[in-house]
Ligand binder design. Sequence first.
Ligand code: FAD
Ligand code: FES
Ligand code: FES
Length: 496
Amino acid sequence: METARSNPKVNRLRFTLNGRQVEEARLSPTTTLLRYLRDKLQLTGTKEGCAEGDCGACTVAIAESGPDGRPQWRAVNACLILLPMVQGKTVVTVEALRGEDGAYHPAQEAMARALGSQCGYCTPGIVMSLFEATYREDLKDRPWKLDDQLCGNLCRCTGYRPIREAADRVAGSCPADRFAQGLAQAAPQSMELRLEAEGQKFFTPVRIGALWDVLDFVPEARFVVGGTDLSLEVTKKFARPPVLVSLEGIAELRELKETEGAFRIGATVTISELEAWAESRLPSLARMVRYFGARQIKHRGTVGGNLCNASPIGDLAPALMSLGATAVLVSRAGERKVPLDAFFVGYRKTALQPKEILAAIEVPRPGPEARAVCYKVSKRRELDISTVSAGFLVEVGADELVIRAQLAFGGMAATPKRALKTEAALLGQKWAAATVEAAALKLAEDFTPLSDHRGSAAYRARVAANLLRGFFEETRVHAQPTLTSRHTGTVQTYEL
Ligand SMILES: Cc1cc2nc3c(=O)[nH]c(=O)nc-3n(C[C@H](O)[C@H](O)[C@H](O)COP(=O)(O)OP(=O)(O)OC[C@H]3O[C@@H](n4cnc5c(N)ncnc54)[C@H](O)[C@@H]3O)c2cc1C
Ligand code: FES
Ligand code: FES
């Protein structure tokens, strides 16, 4: 029975679409934004290719507040966004780009002039990615950022050269047009929501206290944030989760804080926010995140979602474990902290108790002597899932002796896991090639990897050992090396 504690109270979905207010109260909460646009509104410019975040045909733009509080246009995959996730937000689809005077948006103009469109099916999605690029001020400082902006958009007919040329023309041009001016009014409003329709419920509390009230009311609820994992159950397995509780509206879960000794990363910080923030603070983490999905995925996927799905090949876990991270878990009973190594208790199982959430991750600041690098090995460099991933941190003290070794791997066991025997083989030894060779042999005692379609057990074991060797070679030159724009290998090589 519904009680006074069944917050929140807002029971209508309200958002702005192409400059008009939209209200809905009767749609299934697992209707995707893509299906809503195409089926209900006949806005068919937004296409469906894969319905799993891989092709970018469904790209639309949403105004999201950046770290400085200023709203920015963000390209996202409409196929993975459940409609309640746009509560209080401003959405723009490709139909709105052409002005009332018939003038094309600079992103459309650039695509046409560069001859970047043939069949046209992928074009609207590419244009929407270029739409985000048009207003980005940080795109031109590194060449790889342009590739990253577009790597979530597939086009098999025109080829990428003219499309990249279009991106080059328009990216960062920041025209003072109606979209730039409209951004000021497009700051996201409260996401508070309680939607009940077609036998399903969707709650978005906006305060942590209200979250506990909701959970008392619907203890069977599943959490969701970006939906880049969970929405696949809807689009691929046609699941209809009966009760979802979104953590996206709770501002305190999205904070990035730092003290003298540590960093605190809120669980709902998105991967793109993490990437920009970590670049100067935790370069090894930023390096791991560079090849995390594509830009559209990075805008929706979150730190907490990546850890709580407990995938053995999730990219953040080995990176954060190597940095000695701690998971901060919160429930109505209070807060408890669990070392990230102990957070993963089995295949896709975490230490979270019912009605408990991951609120943040705490990462101690690496010392000045720390050498730290993360590696991701996948069949394709961009927009692919890891076959093996690794995060390494080693500190070398007096006489070149190893005083700290934290080595974590993904894809080598049923959970992301530290290589404790290999670490022990390094501790107290001279940081030298012979030590690394001896330690690499211990990996066979730490892991018995499986064979699957991504790689055989033997391949995984070989890759893991090679990454350790590569880490030694790379950190002989730079303690925390970042990736160059056009690197040729997973491990970077330098002239010694
Ligand atoms: C095309 C594509 C590419 C991808 N590429 C990568 C990649 O390169 N590397 C990679 O590691 N992953 C990748 N992913 C997976 C996914 O994007 C990430 O795991 C992402 O970080 C999930 O975050 P989310 O907020 O979208 O999770 P959601 O889908 O919202 O949630 C995932 C799970 O975590 C739970 N959950 C979420 N937050 C919390 C919390 N704070 N407390 C308790 N439970 C919580 C939810 O209940 C759900 O079970 C990819 C996914 C797609 C579709
Ligand atoms: S339809 Fe392919 S990414 Fe959405
Ligand atoms: S324009 Fe058709 S596949 Fe790209």
